[in-house]
Design a protein around this ligand. Structure first.
Ligand SMILES: [Zn+2]
Length: 134
């Protein structure tokens, strides 16, 4: 039986581990700007809806702080980040039950098996952006 720990989680992409909030903020700004249609070049983005898995290790306050700096002088300047935290969910390889992980282990809550598969918790997705009306 093996138990995985956060830092040792094997398939958690190294890319994610290196991502500080500043890097993430820059990505959010880039991706949001890229998703604004060209003909709407004068828009003011008001809200950016994000889904952030707990394993992405993002501190919302830090992300907002970095975002404000990066978004300056872009159509995203002054936009608010709505951050939805996605819990870490694992699926047990022994009993197939899904558990929401609250502690620093990836054990199945039903049978305590350490053989589990991570279903969610690593997301870092921009779900949508909301643009000022008129
Ligand atoms: Zn189980």
């Amino acid at each position: 039986m093996s138990v995985k720990i956060w830092a040792a989680s094997d398939d958690f992409a190294p890319r994610c581990l290196k991502m500080h909030e500043m890097g993430i903020a820059m990505q959010i700004v880039e991706m949001s700007i890229a998703s604004i249609p060209e003909e709407m070049n004068n828009v003011q983005v008001e809200i950016i809806n994000l889904k952030v898995g707990k394993l992405a290790a993002v501190i919302p306050g830090s992300l907002r702080f970095c975002f404000d700096i990066v978004a300056k002088d872009t159509p995203l300047s002054g936009a608010k980040l709505h951050i939805e935290e996605i819990p870490v969910v694992v699926k047990c390889n022994e009993c197939n039950k899904e558990s929401v992980i609250k502690e620093l282990s990836f054990k199945c809550e039903a049978c305590s098996s350490g053989s589990t598969e991570i279903l969610s918790g690593r997301e870092l997705d921009i779900e949508s952006i909301e643009i000022a009306d008129g």
